[in-house]
Design a binder for this molecule. Structure first.
Ligand SMILES: Nc1nc2c(c(=O)[nH]1)N[C@@H](CN(C=O)c1ccc(C(=O)N[C@@H](CCC(=O)O)C(=O)O)cc1)CN2
Ligand SMILES: NCC(=O)N[C@@H]1O[C@H](COP(=O)([O-])[O-])[C@@H](O)[C@H]1O
Length: 216
């Protein structure tokens, strides 16, 4: 097991509740890592305030100030490389990344997605589950690949969908699980137990099933 602290760079676009869960896990000794930087594509992301309050370096790279996606990703890659991060942790980061960017950090890019992948890739997952009459929904943590939300799944956690649920009700139930499982996955990565090999998620030298590690 690795004893050196893994360096994490967290990418956000909004509230930052997953970032806060990581900060709290580090402070509580449940995550042996250092969050070396938080980068947002939106200036008004409250997650930037959470990072500042925790004394973590922040950077806003506003995507509206770049000519196109490729130009933005070149600058984002440069900023991340300057931090010398061991993992790039997408936590509500709402930009589709170019294949060139993803390839530059292959195996070091993680994302949390609010659905039971491969169901509901993309956006508005909670309303889509409700509209489809699903009785179960949930969250997936996966390695990021060029295919949007198509990377190998590491872990999933399931929640019930109730008849009278709104999208916000369901989002809150899912996010309770997010805050629990993302720090756990990062602790596996930081300990050197979690890798991506041949587009598969590997935990403790064992290939994980397509639905990942079955969280309790
Ligand atoms: N190449 C990849 N990029 C990203 C992945 C991925 O798996 N491969 N995961 C996403 C995260 N994500 C869902 O989990 C996601 C984020 C953003 C979008 C999207 O449609 N973004 C739009 C802008 C939307 C907005 O600003 O509100 C866009 O980029 O044009 C879909 C899914 C992160 N990137
Ligand atoms: N497609 C990406 C996506 O929708 N991600 C979702 O954005 C929220 C961010 O919350 P946070 O900013 O409070 O961590 C989380 O629920 C995460 O699953």
């Amino acid at each position: 097991m690795s004893t050196t602290k893994a360096k994490l760079c967290v990418l956000i676009s909004g509230n930052g509740s997953n970032l806060q869960a990581m900060i709290d896990a580090v402070d509580a000794g449940r995550l042996n890592a250092e969050i070396v930087g938080v980068i947002s594509n939106r200036p008004n992301a409250y997650g930037l305030t959470r990072a500042e309050n925790a004394g973590i370096k922040t950077l806003c790279l506003d995507h509206t100030e770049y000519a196109d996606r490729a130009a933005y990703d070149v600058e984002l890659q440069r900023a991340i490389e300057s931090l010398q991060a061991d993992a790039i942790v997408l936590a509500g980061f709402m930009r589709i990344l170019t294949p060139e960017f993803v390839d530059a950090f292959a195996g070091k890019l993680l994302n949390i997605h609010p659905s039971l992948l491969p169901k509901y890739k993309g956006l508005n997952t909670h309303q889509r589950a409700i509209d489809n009459g699903d009785k179960e929904h949930g969250v997936s943590v996966h390695f990021v690949t060029p295919e949007l939300d198509g990377g190998p799944v590491i872990i999933q956690s399931r929640v019930p969908v109730f008849e009278d649920d709104t999208a916000d009700d369901l989002a809150e139930r899912v996010q309770e699980q997010e805050r629990r499982i993302y720090p756990l996955v990062l602790s596996w990565f930081s300990a050197g137990r979690l890798k991506m090999l041949n587009n598969k998620a590997i935990l403790d030298e064992q290939e994980l099933p397509e639905s990942g590690y079955a969280s309790e």
